[in-house]
Design a protein around this ligand. Sequence first.
Ligand SMILES: [Zn+2]
Length: 169
Amino acid sequence: MNSQPNNMNESHARAESLIAKEHVEGISPVEQDWLAAHLRECNQCSANVEATQQALRSLLSLQVTAPRGLAARTQFRVRLRAQEMRSVRQPRWRLVYLMCGASWIAGAATAPYVWRGLEWIGHRAGLPDLVWKMGFGVWWALPAIVAAAILFAESAGNTATRVDLNKNF
Ligand SMILES: [Zn+2]
C-alpha cells in the first residue's frame, strides 16, 4: 500500500466510492479486499463506513415505520378474513333449512292430530272456526318464524362483529 499523501487522497476517494457502491450494486471480491485493507489502515474511511451504515439503518427503520399503507393492507386482509369466516358460517343456513324441513315433515305427520285437537279446543271454547283454523296456520308457520328469527339473530351478530373490527383499527 502506497502511503504518499497524493496516493492516499486517491485511496480515500476510491474507498468512499466503493463504500457507496457496496450498498447500491455490490463490489467485486478484489474491491472488497482492497477496501478492507484500506479500512484497516484508515480511521477516516472507517468512520465514513460507520456513518454510512448508521444512515442506512435509520433509513431502514424509517421505512419500517413509514408506510401507513401497510396498516391499511393489514386491515383489508383482516376484513377479507372476516368475510371468509362469514361465508364459512354459511352452512349454518343450510342447517336451519334442514331443521325447518324436518319440522315441516314432522308437522305434516302430526297435522291431523293438531287439526283435530285445535278443532276440539275451538269447539269447547265456543270459538269461531276461523280462529282455531288460524291457530293451525300459525302452528304450521312456526318453523319458518323460528328460522327467520335465527337468521335475523345471525345477521345481527355479523353486524356486531364488523363493528368490533372497525373499532379495533
Ligand atoms: Zn481512507
